[in-house]
Ligand binder design. Structure first.
Ligand code: CDP
Ligand code: MG
Length: 737
C-alpha cells in the first residue's frame, strides 16, 4: 500500500466544515473535545464537506506513554486462537475452571454477585451451568422452571441466545430462546431465556412473583440501566418470600460493592480475568472531527501494524455507524483495498441476519473493522480485536426535570467506559487503543463513572409501571440511587395530565390500559385516543415509524440530488408525521417491495422493522380488545386532522410556538430556544409555522426538534387542559383571530 493515498482531509477542508457549523454555538465544556454535530445532520447540512480527500498523507500525532495493565495470571494459559470444537471453546473460557465453586456459591446463597472481565464466559456459560445442575426444575414439585438472563440491549439478548442454542445444539426458540420488545422467540419448552431487562420488568405486571423462574441472572448490572435498577429493587422484595428463587447479579469489574451492599452484603464471586496489557495512545492535539480522525487512524493502523489484528471503533449510534461505513467503504474502494479490509457493524437494532457476520472469523491476510456502539464495550465480545479506536463519546438520553425536556445528547463517555473499551484490545495478546482525544481531556473532561440512568432520564414510564404494581409511595421506594423528587413529581404531573392518574394520584382506567403497551406513556395515550377517534389504523403506522430509530433514507454518493428530490416528493404539507405515514403506506401499497425501496432511496431494513413493530402493536391492540387496527377511516372530518389530534392528545407537552422574533421555537411552559432539525420537512418552510409539535429533541450545537408537525391551538387546549396553565395558553387568543 502506498502511504501517499491514505490521508486525513486537508486542514483547509476541516476549517470550512467548522465555519459552516456555527462554531460559536458549541456546547459549553465540550470545546476541548471538539464536539461535533451528529452524522445525520452533517450529511444533511454539510453534505459537500462530508467527503474525504485522500490525496496527501497526514497521519495523526499520538502520545504514547500509558499502558492499561494486563491481569497477573495472563501467562498461565494464554488464549488459544484456534479452537476446534464447541467443547474446547467452552472449556477454554475463564469461568470454566470455577464451575463447581460457582454452583456451590449459588447453592449456599440466595443472591450472588458475579464479577468478571468481559469475555470470560459469564453470559453464555453460567445459565448453562445452572441448567446442567438441575435448576430448570422446581426442587420440590419437579415442575419446569425457567432460568432467565437479562441484557440491557436487544442485540446482546438475541446474539447470546443464538450462541447458547448453538453450544447446546438445539434450535433457537425452543429450549433456548429470547424475548425482546416486539419479538418473542420462546415457547412453552423454553428453559434458558435471554431477555432485555425492559421485558423482565414488564413481566412483573402479569406475574408479580415471577414464579415461572427458578434463577434470574441480571447481567451487565454495572451499566445501571433504569430497568435493571427497578428490577433489582423489586427483586429485593420478592426474594424475601420466594426463598427458592436464586438471584445472580453479573457485572464487569466496576460497581460490584454497591450491589453487594444493596443486597445486605451478598457474597461477591470473582472470576479472575485474563487480559493482556494494552498501550494507550492519545492524540497530541484535539481533533476537529472524531469520525474523520477515526477513519485516518484506521488507515494509519492498517499501513503500519502487522496482521492479524482487527480494529474495533466505538461510535455513538446507528446513524453515525451507517454513515461512517459508507465513507469508509468509499475510501476502501478508492484505495482498492477491498481484499484487505472488511467493514462490519454492530448496534442495538442490527437486523438478525447481519448479526452473525460479526462473529465470523477474519479471512487470512485480511483485517476486519468493526464499527460498534458501546454495545461492544461489555455486552458483546468479538474475538480477534487487537486495536481499539475510541472517540470518547456516547449517546445518551438526558432529561432535565426542571424544564421537563428530554433530549438525545452525544456526551463524553466516562473514564471507566474508556478503559473498558481499551480492554477489548487485550484479549488475544498485547493490544493498542487509540483515543481520539488528548490525555488532558481524559483526566479533566471525562467523569470517573457513568451516571446511572435513573438519575438522568424521564421516569414517566417507570412511575406508571410501579403504580400499576401497587407501589404507591414512590418517594420511599427502595431505589439503589433514588432519583430526584422533582423528577418523580414531573412524571406524576404528566401522567395526571395524560389522564392516567386521577387527582388523588390513583391509576385511572386509561392508565391501566396505557401500561399494557410496551410504549412510552405519550405513545400509548395517542394510541388510545386514536381508537376513540377511529384512526387507530393510521396512528399505529405513524407510531411504529417513530419507534424505529434506524435511518430511513440513504443518499448514494453519485445520486444525492436525485435521492433528495425523491425524498422531498413524500413530504406532506402538515409536516413529518404524515410524511412518515405517506412513506409507509406507499411502501405497503407497493407490496412491501424491496425494489420500491431501492428506487426511492429508502432503507428496506428500516421499513421491514417498522412493519414488524406495527404487527406486534396491532396484535397487542387485539389482545387488549382494541378493535379497528385494520379498519379504514369512514368519518366525515378530514382524516389527517383527526390523526394529528390523536397525536396531540399524547404529545401536547411537546408543542412549541414560534418566538416573537421568529428565529426559533419555544415550549409553551419554558422559554428555552428550540430549532427545527435540518432533516425535517418543516425546515426552511416559509413562512415558518406558528405552532408545532415535535417528537423528540436532539441536542448537538443547539437543541433540535426532530419529526415536527403543524398543530392547531384548539387541539392543544382540548388535550393539554390539565397540563398548561391559562397563562401558558394566553398566546392563543390573538392566534385564533
Ligand atoms: O459475559 P462475558 O463477557 O463474561 O462472556 P460471554 O459473552 O459469555 O462470551 C464468552 C465467549 O463466547 C467469548 O469468547 C465470545 O467471543 C463467545 N461468543 C461468541 O462467539 N458468539 C456470541 N454470540 C457470544 C459469545
Ligand atoms: Mg456478558
Amino acid at each position: 500500500l502506498k502511504p501517499t493515498y491514505a490521508s486525513a482531509p486537508p486542514s483547509e477542508n476541516r476549517q470550512r466544515y467548522d465555519n459552516k457549523w456555527e462554531q460559536d454555538q458549541l456546547v459549553k465544556g465540550k470545546d476541548q473535545l471538539n464536539f461535533v454535530p451528529s452524522m445525520d445532520e452533517m450529511a444533511v447540512v454539510n453534505k459537500d464537506n462530508y467527503e474525504y480527500v485522500f490525496d496527501e498523507l497526514q497521519f495523526i500525532d499520538f502520545d504514547t506513554d500509558e499502558t492499561l495493565e494486563g491481569d497477573d495470571n495472563i501467562n498461565d494459559d494464554s488464549v488459544q486462537l484456534k479452537l476446534n470444537s464447541i467443547k474446547e471453546t467452552k472449556e477454554s473460557l475463564p469461568v470454566f475452571k470455577y464451575r463447581t465453586e460457582f454452583l456451590k456459591a449459588v447453592e449456599d446463597n440466595q443472591v450472588v454477585i458475579i464479577v468478571g472481565e468481559t469475555g470470560s464466559g459469564k453470559t453464555t456459560q453460567l445459565p448453562q451451568y445452572l441448567y446442567e445442575a438441575g435448576y430448570s426444575k422446581d426442587k420440590i414439585t419437579g415442575k419446569p422452571k425457567i432460568i432467565a438472563c437479562t441484557q440491557p440491549r436487544r442485540v446482546a439478548a438475541m446474539s447470546v441466545a443464538k450462541r447458547v442454542a448453538q453450544e447446546m445444539d438445539v434450535p433457537l426458540g425452543k429450549k433456548v430462546g429470547y424475548t425482546i420488545r416486539f419479538e418473542d422467540n420462546t415457547n412453552e419448552q423454553t428453559i434458558i431465556k435471554y431477555m432485555t431487562d425492559g421485558m423482565l420488568l414488564r413481566e412483573f405486571l402479569t406475574n408479580p412473583e415471577l414464579d415461572k423462574y427458578s434463577c434470574i441472572m441480571i447481567d451487565e448490572a454495572h451499566e445501571r440501566t433504569l430497568s435493571t435498577e427497578i428490577i433489582l429493587s423489586l427483586l429485593k422484595d420478592i426474594i424475601l418470600h420466594r426463598k427458592d428463587l436464586k438471584l445472580l447479579i453479573a457485572s464487569a469489574t466496576i460497581n460490584a460493592d454497591k450491589f453487594s451492599t444493596f443486597f445486605n452484603g451478598a457474597p461477591i464471586f470473582s472470576i479472575p480475568g485474563r487480559r493482556f496489557p494494552v498501550d494507550i495512545h492519545y492524540t497530541k492535539n484535539p481533533e476537529a472531527n472524531y469520525v474523520q480522525a477515526a477513519i485516518t487512524t484506521i488507515f494509519q493502523i492498517h499501513t503500519t501494524q502487522e496482521l492479524p489484528g482487527d480494529i474495533l471503533v466505538f461510535l455513538t449510534g446507528q446513524d453515525e455507524i451507517e454513515l461512517m461505513e459508507l465513507s469508509l467503504q468509499e475510501a476502501i474502494s478508492d484505495l482498492k483495498l477491498q481484499n484487505q479490509l472488511l467493514v462490519n457493524s454492530i448496534y442495538a437494532n442490527l437486523p438478525a441476519e447481519l448479526q452473525a457476520r460479526i462473529f465470523e472469523p477474519t479471512p487470512p491476510n485480511c483485517r476486519k473493522i468493526i464499527l460498534a456502539t458501546n454495545i461492544a464495550e461489555t455486552s458483546i465480545t468479538i474475538d480477534g480485536i487487537k486495536f481499539v479506536i475510541d472517540p470518547g463519546y456516547v449517546k445518551q438520553n438526558v432529561y432535565n426535570p426542571v424544564t421537563g425536556m428530554e433530549s438525545l445528547v452525544v456526551v463524553p463517555c466516562s473514564r471507566a467506559s474508556a478503559n473498558q473499551r481499551a480492554g477489548r484490545a487485550g484479549r488475544l495478546g498485547p493490544g493498542k487503543c487509540f483515543r481520539m482525544y488528548t490525555k488532558w481531556s481524559f483526566y479533566n473532561e471525562l467523569d470517573l463513572n457513568p451516571v446511572p440512568e435513573i438519575l438522568r432520564v424521564n421516569l414517566t414510564g417507570v412511575v406508571l409501571l410501579l403504580l400499576s404494581l401497587g407501589v404507591n409511595d414512590l418517594l420511599h421506594f427502595d431505589f439503589m440511587d433514588p432519583p430526584s423528587t422533582d423528577s418523580i413529581i414531573k412524571s406524576l404531573e404528566l401522567l395526571y395530565s395524560l389522564g392516567a392518574l386521577n387527582s388523588k394520584g390513583q391509576l385511572t382506567k386509561t392508565g391501566r390500559i396505557m401500561v399494557l403497551f410496551p410504549l412510552d406513556a405519550m405513545f400509548s395515550k395517542s394510541l388510545i385516543t386514536s381508537l376513540k377517534l377511529g384512526v387507530l389504523h393510521d396512528t399505529l403506522s405513524i407510531l411504529s415509524m417513530l419507534s424505529e430509530s434506524g435511518n430511513l433514507f440513504y443518499r448514494p454518493k453519485d445520486k444525492r440530488e436525485q435521492a433528495d428530490k425523491t425524498r422531498g416528493a413524500f413530504s406532506e404539507e402538515s409536516g413529518d408525521h404524515l410524511t412518515l405515514l405517506n412513506i409507509y403506506d406507499t411502501w405497503v401499497n407497493n407490496g412491501y417491495s424491496v425494489q420500491w425501496c431501492e428506487d426511492n432511496f429508502v432503507q428496506y431494513k428500516t421499513l421491514k422493522r417498522v412493519r414488524d413493530i406495527r404487527n406486534q402493536l396491532s396484535s397487542l391492540c387485539d389482545k387488549v380488545g382494541f378493535k379497528g387496527s385494520c379498519q379504514k377511516w369512514e368519518g366525515k372530518a378530514d382524516k389527517n386532522e383527526v390523526i394529528l389530534r390523536a397525536l396531540v392528545s399524547g404529545f401536547f407537552s411537546n408543542v412549541v410556538r414560534l418566538s416573537k422574533m421568529g428565529d426559533c421555537y419555544r415550549k409553551l411552559k419554558r422559554n428555552q430556544p428550540l430549532f427545527l432539525h435540518p432533516s425535517s420537512s418543516m425546515h426552511n418552510v416559509k413562512p415558518p409555522p406558528k405552532l408545532l409539535m415535535y417528537h423528540e429533541l436532539v441536542l448537538t450545537s443547539k437543541e433540535f426538534m426532530r419529526n415536527v408537525t403543524r398543530v392547531k391551538p384548539e387541539w392543544v387546549k382540548e388535550f393539554g387542559l390539565h397540563y398548561f396553565s391559562s397563562k401558558d395558553l394566553e398566546f392563543m387568543e390573538p392566534m385564533r383571530k
